[in-house]
Design a protein around this ligand. Sequence first.
Ligand code: CR1
Length: 803
Amino acid sequence: MDLSKRKFKEDFKKMLTEVYSMDISESETTEQYVTLGNLIRSYSSKNWGRTNQRYIEKKKKQAYYFSMEFLLGRMLKSNLLNLGILDTVRDGLRDLGIDLEEIAQIEPDPGLGNGGLGRLAACFIDSMATSEIPAHGNGIRFKYGLFKQKFVNGYQVELPENWLQNGNVWETRKMHAAVNVRFYGKVWLEQTSAGVLEPHYEDTQEVLAVPYDTPVVGFNNDVINTLRLWSAEVPPQDDITDYWSYIHQRNQIESISEVLYPDDSNYEGRLLRLKQEYFFVSAGIQSIIRHYKKMDLSMNHLAEKVAIHINDTHPALCVPELMRILLDEEKMDWEHAWNVTVNVMSYTNHTIMSEALEKWPIEMISTLLPRIYQIICEIDRRFTMKMSTLFEREIVERTRIIEGGHVKMAHMAIIGSHSVNGVAQLHTTILKEKVLHDFFLVYPSKFNNKTNGITQRRWLMLANEPLCDLINRKIGNEWETTPTELKMLKAFRDDEKTLLELAQIKRLNKERFAEHIKKTMDLTINPDAIFDVQIKRLHAYKRQLLNLLHILSLYFQLKDDPQADIHPRVFIFGAKAAPSYTYAKQIIKLINSVADLINHDAAIADKLKIVFVENYGVSLAEKIIPAADVSEQISLASKEASGTSNMKLMLNGAITLATLDGANVEIRDRVGEKNIVIFGLREDEVYQYYHDGSYQSRSYYENNPVLHRVLNGLIDGTIPGAEAEGRSVFDSLVQYGDEYFVLRDFEAYADAQKHIDQLYRDTLQWQKMALINIAGAGVFSSDYTVQQYASQIWDVSSKVRNI
Ligand code: CR1
């Protein structure tokens, strides 16, 4: 948008007076933040309305991305950037004696997600608006985001994250768009005079779903889409007879949108979780249908105007809920309704970890959602009937929805969608050949791959301005809208001046991060050391342990030989563990205890340091990633569906140290073997071990002297304060089979780390690798990913920029 500095300053002062009756000299950062937020909203409101109007007038097909999680991060600077007024506003504020950075820090970081899955949804909505795709987010307005993590004596402690405490400038409550969602009760079908079956309900519990809309601003294009998040409230009642039971009921209802489940691998809180799932699915679909009806088209044409995306299995109830509306409210017959539903729905699988494949006990679903359960039974009945004529009984039994007393959500999502995609090539292959092989036999054409992506706006333009400036000076800024243009950087691969500038920028970012660590943790880290980063949820399959065992081996090496030729390293960890995941929490304690030991050992000085940041999330990622030299992507091959920190780190010039897992494979293909460090078991070797059962972790303990010493270090008192955790980890690795092949990959990993150490010593060579990584990161822009979803899955329009 066009905005002069002079106009901005006037507007800002005026808004401050309107909102707070203050002038600048009286205002504090909080008031300045709210004022700026309101101003941005007023600047964008016209285009928000216009975008919606355009969609309606042109009867555009629209897509709705249903996701339990949207891990947005702070929005102030992102909105300014996308509106094209970041520099103007920054300058204008400076004239007024205000520092934009300081204001930006005031914004709470809305942690409405656990990890990669939620952050992907946030990158996607940013890219959808930017790519001019008529597509919106639909989710839950959790009152409490993901817990705030604290370390107390090295242990993770969870505190509530009350992000709405001081209000939320970005959202608008839309009471007129509220809908009712029905739970519990009895339901029966009665034939009407017209001969159709109509459901009747008794003793149901009604919940009012109130939407809060947040604008999703496209980059420099006047498009503003909507993120609609639902809040659960008590429907208005004028006949409250029993006050206390009313309060009880209110608490029960409001708890539906109270907390995000802090768990991305287990389903827990069970009944409440199921309520949450149905709540935002039903509210979202009802509101889509309401909107569709304004176009005055028949329900038979719904799939021509609406696409609904099921992000992981959490919103899989979309399938029976749309069926319910089409059958019960729109009086469609089953075949037509089913046809419409399958054409509307599409589904993404995000993991092969079996504990994340949700299933719900029949008794629970049938009590909470009696009508939905009837519909699920009928979908299942028709599926098994049809498939029995085409496939072996075993295949039908393994693919049906209701089995062993449970409703299998992934099965429902696959059967009820026309598209099923994985999130990286390797992951999609594993789905087709292994995890969902039966379904692949039944529906080969439904399966497709959409490799994940990240938005270069947040992860480069906002997070790393110095690097961004350098790129623009070298190749212009076309890459901002056509990210593959980053490849032009390759022309500078042997240009010493550019490579040294790159080194300088990395150094500057490391210094900034070091300052932050000094301030927040009172720990001094040396910017000349290699900053080696592993940031992701804590999970055994991601193998933070492999990293830790290697750190211990370096520690022992330095204890034996203080002159050992090891380039100084700072190992940086950021990770939250699910509160109920004991093993992951033990690993956190262990890392913290090793950090304590090493960081305070005067003999080690600054050769080795461990920084485990508290409360890792989007805002911290924005600080860590630009300062990273090494990107640790060391999951057991086959287990990480894609990974996305790998992409963010590469875009910021970190060198990837990786197994051939998830999108690491595609990163390697992009940058070539020489510009990435690959090690460890491959996916087929892992499956071979599963097949022949021949893995004996103990033999690695017994035969590798380095590993032997390191593992003994876990149980011989070397690590003060973590005796129990050390024992538990030791046992899991040595006694109980080492589920994720940590010991098997240790030697290869240690060699790969030695290689990194050597490579880093040649600055020009290292920066050349970094440059090739940045130049190759363009294809991993989520702009391209969503453009592929738009054209190949949703069949909605987009401004496609060729890869
Ligand atoms: C996967 O573990 C992937 C993201 C986004 C995660 C990660 O590899 O990058 O999804 N899956 O696709 C997940 O959280 C519940 O499953």
